[in-house]
Design a protein around this ligand. Structure first.
Ligand code: NAD
Length: 349
């Protein structure tokens, strides 16, 4: 392996995470090394591993590291139950103002419900109903008789996410952006998003087409005919739901990567969780986090590395037919990673 001099390496934070996290992250490191990806990793803890190491699912050392590198690859984190812990992933999004959540869904292995799906979902990551402005109103002896939640969408936040979606579409040569909303009922909360979105769309007229859909109709149309969509941009809650829907169109969460992007930092992760049911058994499929690593390579301008990694994954899965159990194969996490490492190394020879 040719190792770039330390000074040429890109500093990045690595959070192995919980459950299957350390296994799939180790597999990813093996493949990235074989690819010659020039990252200088600073390994930090998060989730239960963070609680064990520093009494916090998001230790200060981890935050400091991301503040320094502005770039992180993260294994799944278990959210400790009880004890008042907030999700470490949500805290990272807030701390670093990671306003755009990018979730591509692309067919990896044929034979699913649909062939050749290639969709991108851009979800607003900081506003909407996820701001957590919630409280209960007691009535009589029931302290939780009424639950109240307020959503917050700003014109600036809406413009920013829609502009991000259009810029991403331009960068990738995509043809259309669909604004997804519920402005017929949530007239203020999602009306502001639609209004700001239409305004921003005008700046891209003639370059990227724009249309819009009400979220419930969009969900049905995605299931009936996903090919009518290209890039979808939407508010936080709708984006959370629709991103799992589009992952389902390409065979589930096992191969779904995600990126959380802000102006000062970017965090790349698999969409799935820490899968405690299969942790430590060598059964986990590392493809989703490997695809997240490919997004990270794109993000730092190493498109050749990203393309080689995606091509390697495609070839190993579909030509060599080395697959983990969740994809109907018999390979272990390690043997799949070894096959992929060999493949991407061969591209460098
Ligand atoms: P999960 O995604 O961990 O698991 C759901 C099912 O999918 C399980 O049967 C699991 O074995 C399987 N699975 C998931 N990833 C797989 C992989 N790479 N290869 C093979 N099979 C895989 O969801 P869950 O069980 O609801 O959550 C478990 C924990 O993960 C919880 O503590 C939750 O809070 C956390 N979580 C973290 C993130 C994150 O860090 N981004 C996301 C979701 C859930």
């Amino acid at each position: 392996m040719t190792v770039a001099p330390a000074s040429n390496k890109i500093p990045a934070t690595l959070i192995p995470g919980d459950g299957i996290g350390p296994e799939i992250v180790a597999a990813t490191m093996k493949v990235l090394d074989a690819l010659g990806a020039p990252f200088d990793w600073d390994v930090q803890q998060g989730g239960m591993a963070g609680v064990e190491a520093a009494g916090d699912p998001l230790p200060k050392a981890t935050l400091d590291s991301i503040r320094r590198t502005g770039l992180a690859l993260k294994g799944p984190l278990s959210t400790p139950l009880g004890g008042g812990y907030r999700s470490a992933t949500v805290r990272m999004r807030e701390e670093f103002q990671l306003y755009a959540n990018l979730r591509p869904a692309k067919t990896l292995t044929p034979g699913g419900r649909y062939e050749d799906i290639d969709l991108i979902l851009v979800r607003e990551n900081l506003e909407g109903l996820y701001v957590g402005f919630e409280h209960y109103i007691p009535i009589g002896s029931d302290p939780h008789a009424v639950a109240v939640s307020s959503g917050v969408n700003t014109r600036e936040g809406s413009r920013r996410i829609v502009r991000y979606a259009f810029e991403h579409a331009v960068k990738l040569g995509r043809k259309k952006v669909t604004l997804v909303h519920k402005a017929n009922v949530l007239k203020a909360l999602t009306g502001i998003f639609l209004e700001a979105g239409r305004e921003v769309a005008k700046e891209y007229e003639g370059r990227v087409a724009c249309d819009d859909r009400i979220v419930d109709a969009c969900a049905m149309q995605l299931v009936l005919n996903p090919y009518q969509f290209d890039v979808i941009v939407t508010t936080n809650l709708f984006g959370d739901i629709l991103s799992d829907l589009i992952a389902g169109l390409v065979g589930g969460l096992g191969a779904a990567p995600g990126a959380n992007i802000g102006d000062k930092a970017a965090l790349f992760e698999a969409v799935h969780g820490s899968a405690p049911d299969i942790a430590g058994k060598g059964l986990a499929n590392p493809t989703a986090i490997l695809l997240a690593a490919a997004m990270m390579l794109d993000h730092v301008g190493l498109q050749n590395h990203a393309t080689a990694l995606r091509k390697g994954i495609d070839t190993v899965l579909n030509v060599d037919k080395v697959r983990t159990g969740d994809l109907g194969g018999t390979a272990s996490t390690d043997s799949y990673a070894a096959a992929l490492a060999q493949k991407v190394a061969s591209y460098r020879a």
